[in-house]
Design a protein around this ligand. Structure first.
Ligand code: WQD
Length: 332
């Protein structure tokens, strides 16, 4: 298939591009490089040896997108372009609604205009309501507690209403839990601007001596070691989930899947796993809880396993080892 990946130079998009190219599909990347490096496409090509087509453009400039979808013979779209930092969304909600919601609507308009109605949408476990219990199922109560999560929740509603109004659309929504790690080559990985908000990139930079110590946001949660528990999934497993979703996304209608391992890991356990996998020491200090953090969030991945044949393969140690390989290469 010829697949357009919006945000294809980003963390999720680039690893998904590698997986698609490795499976013999053709990839067209559309990215404004607001949160990714322009060197990523050439690194994807180095990993896969395959050509890929790239366009620099912005979803908020519909003409950019229209040309690509009109001229590139797209069979399907994987929509990864979007802002995704919770704290930033609290500071600047309008930037998040404009980029994530208007961007999606512009994409859908361009797809409909050119008769491309096959979409895989990047959503997040952040849509689930704080009152929910892990393991989260796809029909668990939805109700995000931050603007970023609400843009994903609203985007899912936009898609549901679109499919209800025009059943020729085939839409699959993928709710990611905590993607971490990097391609085993270390050539691509999670490369947030500035100080990482997420745990593992922060741990990697502490291990590399770029930051003094990991701040553990609270050790007084109702969990075995008092620290927050999450469902960490290797980015290459997540990328594989996108390929499987794409191949299954043929029937008109809308489907929702959790992409997680079904296993919970605490902050302290992840730090220990990183130290063990990489033979390094990662200093940490317990600080106050981060507002909005939930104690325990992990997936029930049954539906994706049953309907997509999705079975995550990588271990926590491999997630940590590949993240470290990426950290050392990105330092140059
Ligand atoms: C994981 C755990 C923190 C940093 C967020 C978004 C989610 C998705 C992934 C986009 C928690 C603790 C973290 C640190 C810490 N992003 N922590 N010190 O919050 O589960 O999910 O990123 O889709 O939408 O909400 O991920 O990595 O920030 O936190 O102690 O420096 O690590 O309290 O328990 P989170 P995270």
């Amino acid at each position: 298939m010829r697949v357009l990946i919006t945000g294809g130079a980003g963390y999720i998009g680039s690893h998904t591009a590698v997986e698609l190219l490795s499976e013999g599909h053709e990839v067209i990347i559309f990215d404004n490089y607001s949160n990714s490096s322009t060197t990523v496409p050439e690194r994807i090509a180095r990993i896969t040896g395959g050509p890929l087509t790239c366009f620099r453009g912005d979803l908020l400039r519909p003409s950019d997108l229209d040309l690509v979808i009109r001229d590139q013979g797209i069979d399907a779209v994987i929509h990864c372009a979007g802002f995704k930092a919770v704290a930033e969304s609290v500071e600047d909600p309008l930037m998040y609604y404009r980029n994530n919601l208007t961007g999606l609507i512009n994409l859908l308009d361009a797809m409909a205009e050119h008769d491309v109605r096959n979409l895989v949408f990047s959503s997040s476990a952040t849509v689930y309501h704080a009152s929910g219990e892990s393991p989260y199922q796809e029909d668990s109560l939805v109700g995000a507690n931050n603007p970023y999560g609400r843009t994903k929740e609203m985007s899912e509603r936009v898609l549901a209403d679109l499919v209800a109004s025009d059943p020729t659309w085939a839409v699959t929504i993928l709710r990611y839990f905590n993607p971490i790690g990097a391609h085993p080559s270390g050539l691509i990985g999670d490369d947030p601007e500035g100080i990482p908000a997420n745990l593992l990139p922060y741990v990697a930079r502490v291990a590399a001596g770029e930051l003094p110590a990991v701040q553990i946001y609270g050790d007084d949660y109702d969990t075995p070691d008092g620290t927050g528990i999450r469902d960490y999934i290797h980015i290459m497993d997540l990328a594989r989930g996108h390929v499987l979703a794409l191949l299954e996304n043929r029937e008109p209608g809308m489907r929702v899947y959790n992409l997680g391992t079904g296993r919970g890991t605490s902050v302290k356990e992840l730090i220990a796993a990183f130290e063990a996998a990489n033979g390094c020491v990662v200093p940490s200090v317990v600080t106050a809880r981060r507002p909005g953090d939930l104690p325990v969030v992990y997936a029930d991945p049954t539906l994706a396993r049953q309907e997509l044949g999705f079975t995550p393969r990588y271990s926590l140690e491999e997630m940590c080892a590949h993240a470290w390989a990426w950290q050392r290469l990105r330092q140059g």
